[in-house]
Design a protein around this ligand. Structure first.
Ligand code: FES
Length: 151
């Protein structure tokens, strides 16, 4: 992680500009989740204020701060195209099937749910992302099939 974060120095004009990349490196290394300790470590490593790192990590939905984070992180887009085509129904269905709300994880730490803004797949709305994979043109029935594939 340290080598990867050091390599960011060549891409950005100052350490403050490296925060997003550094958080991404740490999150990937930590199985797609960040803890408060990770945020403090990034701040210390970049020699910037912890509150600046926390501000970035809490503003952007691509940083996962759910504790504990499930093994499979389901991110459901709730932006305009996805909402118009049924994202709210998908979220309600996931809440019912998994017994959790966005920002929570199942008791077995298998699944976590987040609602996020546009993931750039508006033409195939509604959609969701599970870890690195996109699932598009979703229906409740497709969501059930997808969840079964993660069992
Ligand atoms: S609005 Fe959902 S992917 Fe763009």
């Amino acid at each position: 992680m340290i080598e990867e974060i050091k390599a960011l120095e060549n891409l950005y004009p100052d350490k403050r500009s490296q925060v997003m990349g550094a958080l991404w490196v740490v999150q990937r290394a930590r199985a797609w989740k960040l803890t408060k300790a990770d945020l403090l470590d990034v701040a210390e490593f970049l020699d910037i204020s912890p509150v600046e790192v926390q501000a970035v990590a809490t503003f952007y939905t691509m940083y996962n701060l759910i504790e504990p984070m499930g093994r499979y992180h389901i991110q459901v887009c709730q932006n305009i195209s996805c909402t118009l085509l049924g994202a709210e129904n998908l979220i309600a269905h996931l809440e019912k099937v998994l017994g959790i709300k966005p920002g929570e994880s199942t008791a077995d730490k298998k699944f976590s749910i987040s609602t996020v803004e546009c993931l750039g797949s508006c033409g195939t709305a509604p959609m969701m992302q599970i870890n690195d994979d996109y699932y598009e043109s979703l229906t409740v029935e497709k969501v059930d099939e997808i969840l079964m594939s993660y069992k």
